[in-house]
Design a binder for this molecule. Structure first.
Ligand SMILES: [Zn+2]
Length: 183
């Protein structure tokens, strides 16, 4: 746990004054350590109707296919983060052209934001966190080897909106909401 308190200060879990949730609060100076969801950013990237996918080289789900995505960093916008993750995992240069989906996933305390992006060239490489990268035609996508449920959703949502220029970002499919909330 990160804090700005000296090491000798200890934390206890309690409800701070004026709050209604349990937090880690410093015993000495009342500094409150808030733990909030993490933001994942990524993109469905295309080149001439082919979709860029990466086979994961790191846990969890080593060897399974995903679209490039990862944790947003401080000091960047969500869109910049998505473009950076794409390059890190596949060495592809892309331009984001729409916010495709926002999935709130309370079960794992994440908000996942996916963009629709066009590749600026067909050149790809294999990033350090990937075993393999490939451009797939829609009917070649390895549906039985996808790393996470959100990869399937975002690909489906991409397919549903690929001809549209104006649309609202997709959210978690209705039949998945309770599962995602851990209910
Ligand atoms: Zn303190």
């Amino acid at each position: 746990m990160v804090s700005y308190c000296p090491e000798e200060h200890g934390f206890e879990k309690k409800v701070p004054c004026g709050d209604d949730k349990q937090r880690y609060v410093c015993r000495d100076c009342d500094w409150v350590h808030y733990e909030n969801p993490k933001i994942i950013v990524g993109a469905v990237c295309t080149w001439e109707n082919k979709i860029l996918m990466c086979r994961r080289g790191i846990e969890p789900r080593v060897g399974y296919w995903t679209i490039p995505a990862g944790f947003m960093e401080e000091g960047e916008t969500a869109e910049q983060g998505a473009i950076r993750e794409v390059f890190e995992e596949s060495e592809a240069r892309v331009q984001a052209n729409a916010l495709l989906a926002i999935y709130s996933i309370p079960r794992i305390s994440q908000v996942q934001m996916f963009y629709r992006a066009e590749m600026l060239s067909p050149e790809i490489g294999i990033g350090i966190e990937s075993l393999e990268t490939r451009l797939f035609d829609w009917n070649e996508i390895p549906w039985n080897e996808l790393a996470f449920p959100t990869v399937k959703w975002v690909l489906d949502h991409y397919q549903q909106s690929r001809e549209l220029t104006n649309f609202a970002p997709f959210t978690v499919p209705a039949d998945q909401v309770d599962w995602l909330a851990g209910k």
